[in-house]
Design a protein around this ligand. Structure first.
Ligand SMILES: [Zn+2]
Length: 243
C-alpha cells in the first residue's frame, strides 16, 4: 500500500467518527422539527400573498357583479312601470320581451354571485388554516432552533478534536486525491475509499460490484488509487499480510 493510500484510509477512519456525529445530529428530532418549521416559514409569506391576491380578485369581481345586478334590477322596475302606462299592443309585446330578458339576466347574475361567495369563503378558510399553521410552525421554530443549537454545542468539542486530526492528515495528502475524496463526501458517498483484496483475484468494485477491466486491476496492483466507473468510489488494492 502506498503512503498516500495509507493516509487517505486513515483519514477516512477518523472522518467516519465525524460522519457519525453529523448523522446523529441531522437525524435527531431537534433537526427534523427545526427543518420542517424553517421550510414552512420560508414559503408562508408567498402563500399568504397568493391568497391575498386571490381574495382581492374575488372581491373585485363580486363588487362588479353586484353593481351589474343593481342596474338590471333598476331596468326591470322601469319596464314594469312602462307596462302599466302602455296603450299600444305592439309596444306592450316589446316591453314584455325586454322585461323577460332582464329577468333572465338577473337570475344569471344571482347565480354568479352565489358562486363567487362560495369561492371567497373557501379562500378565507384556506387563509385561516394557513394562519393557524403559521402560528404552530413559528412556535415550533422558536422551540427547536435553540434545542438544535444546544445539541450541536454538546458535540462541539468532539467535532473540533476530530477536525484537528483530519487537518493534520490533510496536510500530508495530495491535493487532487483530497479533492476527489471531498467531492464524494459532499455527495454523501460514504465510505468513499474501498480496499480490494488482490489475493482474491476478484475483478469487481467492492462497493457496487461493477466489474473492472484487466488494465484497472493491473494499476491497482501497482498501488494506484482508481475510481469505479459506476459508483465513482475510490478503490485501492492490497495484499493481506502473510502470517
Ligand atoms: Zn463501484
Amino acid at each position: 500500500m502506498s503512503e498516500q493510500t495509507k493516509l487517505i484510509v486513515e483519514y477516512q477512519e477518523i472522518d467516519k467518527n465525524l460522519k457519525l456525529i453529523e448523522d446523529e445530529v441531522n437525524g435527531s428530532e431537534e433537526a427534523k422539527k427545526y427543518l420542517t418549521a424553517r421550510k414552512f416559514l420560508s414559503t408562508v409569506k408567498e402563500s399568504l400573498s397568493e391568497l391575498e391576491a386571490k381574495a382581492q380578485a374575488s372581491t373585485e369581481s363580486y363588487n362588479k357583479i353586484v353593481a351589474d345586478l343593481e342596474k338590471s334590477l333598476a331596468s326591470a322596475k322601469e319596464y314594469e312601470k312602462m307596462v302599466e302606462t302602455c296603450e299600444s299592443e305592439s309596444e306592450l309585446d316589446y316591453l314584455k320581451k325586454k322585461f323577460g330578458e332582464v329577468c333572465l339576466q338577473i337570475s344569471q347574475l344571482e347565480q354568479t354571485i352565489t358562486a363567487i361567495s362560495k369561492e371567497m369563503s373557501e379562500i378565507y378558510k384556506e387563509y385561516g388554516k394557513l394562519a393557524q399553521n403559521n402560528k404552530v410552525m413559528r412556535a415550533q421554530y422558536d422551540e427547536y432552533a435553540p434545542k438544535l443549537e444546544e445539541l450541536k454545542n454538546s458535540k462541539k468539542e468532539e467535532v473540533s478534536k476530530l477536525k484537528a486530526e483530519l487537518k493534520k492528515l490533510e496536510d500530508q495528502i495530495d491535493k487532487a486525491l483530497m479533492d476527489k475524496y471531498n467531492v464524494r463526501r459532499k455527495d454523501k458517498k460514504f465510505p468513499v475509499v474501498f480496499g480490494l483484496d488482490l489475493s482474491k483475484k476478484m475483478n469487481y468494485c467492492p462497493f457496487c460490484r461493477t466489474s473492472m477491466p484487466v488494465s484497472f486491476m493491473e494499476e491497482l496492483s501497482l498501488g494506484v488509487i482508481k475510481e469505479c466507473e459506476s459508483c465513482h468510489r475510490l478503490i485501492y488494492g492490497f495484499e493481506p499480510k502473510k502470517k
